[in-house]
Design a protein around this ligand. Structure first.
Ligand code: WTA
Length: 653
């Protein structure tokens, strides 16, 4: 594989500078050693950094594949993120520094966030939300999104945040699966100067959601006089956020949650059409998110932390809301696009607020590279001291550019590997300790353990294989909402003789120094611009279109997005292919799932390459989409099909 070869040639190394190391929270490898010797003691110590109502009785109860952490302990996530900061010196510290895309700004101190959260928690209670109920959140990136999450946590309700870029149908599926009782949304959000009509989308979704009793709507557009066109309020069901909190007291007793009680559900793509509701707990999840925020980002009292991820993804949950707030950090939150109104928006934000830690995605970094060095060069980025990357493998070229042009050659880079299911970063450098290699997420953090295995669970010390996590950690997802069998099947069945091994679905390489180089998914899940998309989901959407008989969707590499989607489509009798139909199908997928899932290429074909038993040979379609020489075609039922497809693909418009 050329990918592996390219990575093998990457032998630059960057040790932490003496200056960084001198100030770092962790500056030698003793933590790795002590955590390896007794991982439970390590995690117990991390849990002890949180505030508990009652201490746990047992640390870890591991009956593979299910695990429980900190049983007997009770706590509340919002108390950990808010209450414990307002009694001391952090009371007036900025918790959230927010900038809207049009340029509006708000700063909420810990006290503000504490007050607003409790008011909204009381409002939710009035709307009938009780402990254990599900609340769907479909919002733009505004402070109320974080407040809504924390308010749910306050009263023990389970939040399910649905990314604001998802379509009404995707929202409906998620609401239905979780049987959410209340939906929190906004009239709209700004993206590239236009308004994403969230409430209108929500209304469409709610046509098929009998479980929803109330909808709370944030007025994001008061400047425009609360343009009713963006939010038709249905009497009895819909309520403005500002109305429901108006008379609520700023005090709401926190629910005493058991460590294993569910904090939230977050849907993510799998290999089948139906998204999986990943379930995270209160005690274990918060321990993992808080500990890794502190250790990986070397977080100190006066840092200004900016995680650019949307709250709709797990990165936003763990490193924009729960991890940083549990640590009492100052967080930056930005609503809009990185190139609005100009391509230096990120750098103007870094400069204005003195961002010290920036955590973003390779797809963004590659776009910045393409836009040119002049954009960051216009701004003073000297406050930055640490850079992070997440979501997909970062190519060494982008890594070096990030280090030089954004980090001024002085900031360590933490390339962090993890997933929705792990809840927290698993493989990453510790910036004051680890010598980094561009393109490698390096090694598991203290408290985590990984291995590279072959199909028979035999360990591969040096070379390529399947990534496995070999010991449970506190923030591992406990189940898939309503489908534990699928949980066991997806994550703990890769090696039948080893039901204790967690399989994340990624392939990786391990080098002589024990460094991991993540190669990407080995299943039918794609990583488009850092977002997980199941090819099956897109295929199911395509075949719902009346013109489509059959569809196969594969990934192809893409300069900016990492991966892009290519769809091969056969039409039903009586339909003609045309560029209009192609556009229509792309839009159709956009409506069904969301714009991120629109295929870059759609190729119409009379037939798809199949084995004699009728299985579509996606491997060959990938070869075609990538413009590669075709692999073994001997098992094909009709070898002529691929030759014709290849010719057609290469000549496509
Ligand atoms: C990929 C995002 C390489 C990987 C936090 C994983 C990465 C999937 C990295 C999870 C990284 C994430 N290097 N690949 N640093 N980080 N991935 O659930 O394939 O949206 O399985 O969580 O993204 O995506 P998810």
């Amino acid at each position: 594989m050329s990918e592996i070869d390219a990575l093998l040639q990457e032998n630059r190394k960057f040790a932490p500078s003496r200056e960084f190391r001198r100030e770092a929270l962790v500056s030698d490898d003793s933590l790795y050693k002590s955590a390896a010797a007794d991982p439970e003691a390590f995690w117990e110590k991390q849990a002890g950094e949180l505030q508990w109502f009652e201490k746990w009785k047992s640390v870890c109860d591991w009956k593979a594949p299910h695990v429980k952490w900190f049983e007997g302990g009770t706590l509340n996530a919002s108390v950990n993120c808010l209450d414990r900061h307002v009694t001391g010196a952090r009371r007036n510290k900025a918790a959230l520094i927010w900038e809207g895309e049009p340029g509006d700004r708000r700063t909420l101190t810990y006290w503000d966030l504490y007050v607003e959260t409790q008011k909204f928690a009381n409002a939710l209670t009035k709307l009938g939300v009780k402990r254990g109920d599900r609340v769907a959140i479909y919002m733009p990136m505004i402070p109320e999104t974080a407040i809504a999450m924390l308010a749910c946590a306050r009263i023990g309700a389970i939040h399910s945040v649905v990314f604001g870029g998802f379509s009404p149908e995707s929202l409906r599926d998620r609401i239905e699966d979780a049987k959410a009782k209340v939906l929190i949304t906004a009239d709209g959000g700004y993206r590239r100067g236009t308004i994403v009509p969230l409430k209108r989308n929500a209304d469409k979704a709610l046509e098929g959601c009998p479980s929803i009793e109330h909808v709370v709507v944030v007025q994001r557009r008061p400047a425009a006089g609360g343009d009713e066109a963006f939010a038709e309020m249905r009497a009895g069901r819909d309520h403005w956020w500002h109305d429901v909190i108006r008379n609520e007291p700023a005090k709401c007793e926190p629910a005493k949650m058991k460590a294993e009680d569910v904090l939230y559900i977050l849907y993510t793509s799998g290999t089948t059409g139906k998204p999986k509701g990943i379930v995270h707990t209160t005690g274990g999840y918060l321990t993992g998110a808080a500990a890794t925020t502190k250790l990986v980002f070397d977080l100190k009292e006066d840092d200004v932390f900016w995680c650019t991820a949307d709250v709709g993804w797990v990165t936003g949950h763990s490193y924009l809301v729960y991890g940083p707030l549990a640590n009492g950090a100052t967080c930056v939150m930005y609503e809009g696009a990185p190139d609005w109104p100009e391509k230096d928006r990120f750098w103007s934000i870094c400069e204005r607020y003195g961002v010290t830690i920036l955590y973003t995605a390779p797809t963004a970094i590659r776009a910045f590279m393409k836009w040119g060095d002049q954009w960051p060069a216009k701004h003073d980025l000297s406050q930055l001291r640490l850079l992070g990357s997440v979501g997909e493998p970062i190519n060494p070229e982008a890594w070096i550019w990030y280090q030089q042009k954004i980090g001024g050659g002085r900031c360590p880079i933490v390339d962090t590997w993890w997933q929705t299911e792990t809840g927290a970063i698993v493989i990453s450098p510790l910036p004051g300790v680890t010598e980094t290699k561009p393109g490698s997420a390096t090694m598991p953090l203290p408290g985590f353990s990984a291995a590279l295995l072959d199909a028979n669970a035999k360990e591969i010390k040096v070379g390529g294989g399947l990534l496995a996590l070999t010991r449970p950690w506190p923030s591992i997802a406990r189940t898939i909402w309503g489908d534990d069998a699928r949980y066991v099947q997806t994550y703990f069945s890769k090696w039948p003789n080893r039901p204790d091994l967690y399989f994340p679905g990624d392939g990786a390489k391990r080098d002589e120094d024990g460094y991991y180089w993540i190669l990407g998914r080995v299943d039918d899940v794609l990583n488009v611009a850092g977002h997980r998309i199941g090819t099956m989901e897109v295929e199911s959407a395509l075949v719902e279109h009346p013109a489509v008989a059959e569809a196969a969707v594969v990934g192809k590499s893409h300069e900016l997005k990492g991966q892009a989607l290519a769809a091969f489509v056969t039409l039903r009798e009586g339909f003609q292919h045309s560029s209009d139909l192609r556009d229509e199908l792309r839009d159709f997928v956009g409506e069904k799932i969301g714009a991120i899932a629109k295929p870059d290429d759609i190729l119409f074909s009379a037939d798809l390459p199949k084995t004699r038993s009728g299985k579509i040979m996606r491997r060959l379609l990938r070869d075609i989409a990538e413009g590669r020489a075709m692999g073994d075609t001997s098992t094909l039922a009709d070898p002529n099909v691929v030759a014709a497809l290849k010719e057609q693909y290469e000549g496509k418009e």
